[in-house]
Structures are given as structure tokens and as C-alpha cells.
Write a protein that binds this ligand. Structure first.
Ligand code: GDP
Ligand code: MG
Length: 164
């Protein structure tokens, strides 16, 4: 069957925006209900000659910061369990934060390939140095994208499909 690609990352980094940009329809739920964890949301995507299923592991996400890390751990475990390739999404505007590093530690120990994407890079020339900071996660070369501006998505999917 089709490879499964899971998107993992902190609340608000743009997982649902990326999911919707790739799915081509607004399938994902972006609504906030504090403290609620819900089922993952799936869509079938075709990219060039590749077909795969993409999962937004976020669903409805917690707002309180003390549950964010536990939810990220849970997401990472789901992704490590079910996905063939994991997209670890970060946010260039927030920069590299502690919970990113903690999840990167988990992902690094899994056998699944991880593609590190840095979102909200709306102006690459200005944000290039901020993107390079994410090399410090130790999970490879950061791929700059703008999910909202639909920039860099081809490069991201090339990196993802290289692992199929
Ligand atoms: P999620 O919680 O990880 O699913 O994040 P969302 O997809 O709900 O996005 C969180 C916020 O980031 C929303 O206000 C989006 O409009 C915004 N956002 C998503 N992608 C981009 C982007 O490429 N650039 C900018 N500037 N904002 C973005
Ligand atoms: Mg979301």
C-alpha cells in the first residue's frame, strides 16, 4: 500500500496549513479545544509519480504549555509507529525551542527517516541565518518552507519521496 507520511511539531508551527496545502482541500481541523487530543487526520496526496497518505498528527491541540510537550511526545510516538517518513515541522519565527530539541531526541532514536522542515520562511534571504540554526537539532539539513505561501513544498516532497 501507499507510504504514510506524518507531520509532527509544536502547536502553531503550521502543521494543518502544510497538511491542507499538500492535500489541496481543507480536510484538517484547525479548531482549538483546550486539553483535547483527537484522532489524526488523513489525506491522499499525489506528487509527481508518487502517491502517499499524509497524516496531521496535531488535530485539536492543547493551549496550555505544560501539556504541549507531552502531546508532542505522543505525536512523535504515533508517527514513529505508523509512518514511513516523518516530517518534523518547526517555526522560524519562534526559532529553535527546548521542546523541539526534546522531540528531535526521540525522533533521532527511531528507525524512521525524518525530514526537518522549517516553516514560515516567507522571505528566505532575510531568514536564512535563522533557518541554519535548526542544524543544531542534529537531524539533518533543514528544508525552508512557507506553508502559507506554498513555497519550498516541492523541495520538501522531493526529500520525503527520496525515502520511499
Ligand atoms: P498547527 O497548530 O501546527 O496545525 O498550525 P496551523 O496550521 O494552525 O498554523 C498556525 C498559524 O501559523 C496560523 O495562523 C497560520 O496562518 C500560520 N502559518 C502557517 N504557515 C505559515 C507560513 O508559511 N508563514 C506564516 N507567516 N504563517 C504561517
Ligand atoms: Mg493543527
Amino acid at each position: 500500500s501507499k507510504p504514510i507520511v506524518a507531520i509532527v511539531g509544536r502547536p502553531n508551527v503550521g502543521k494543518s496549513t502544510l497538511f491542507n496545502a499538500l492535500a489541496g482541500e481543507n480536510i484538517s481541523i484547525v479548531k482549538d479545544t483546550p486539553g483535547v487530543t483527537r484522532d489524526r487526520i488523513y489525506a491522499d496526496v499525489t506528487w509527481l509519480n508518487h502517491s502517499f497518505t499524509i497524516i496531521d498528527t496535531g488535530g485539536i491541540e492543547p493551549e496550555s504549555s505544560d501539556v504541549i510537550l507531552s502531546q508532542m511526545r505522543e505525536q512523535a510516538l504515533i508517527a514513529m509507529d505508523t509512518a514511513d517518513v516523518i516530517i518534523f515541522l518547526t517555526d522560524v519565527r519562534q526559532g529553535l525551542v527546548d521542546s523541539d530539541a526534546k522531540v528531535a531526541d526521540m525522533l533521532r532514536r527511531s528507525s524512521k527517516p525524518v525530514v526537518l522542515a522549517v516553516n514560515k520562511v516567507d522571505h528566505f534571504e532575510r531568514q536564512m541565518m535563522d533557518v541554519y540554526e535548526f542544524y543544531n537539532l542534529g537531524i539533518g539539513e533543514p528544508v525552508p518552507i512557507s506553508a502559507e505561501g506554498k513555497q519550498g513544498l516541492g523541495d520538501l516532497l522531493d526529500q520525503v519521496a527520496a525515502h520511499f
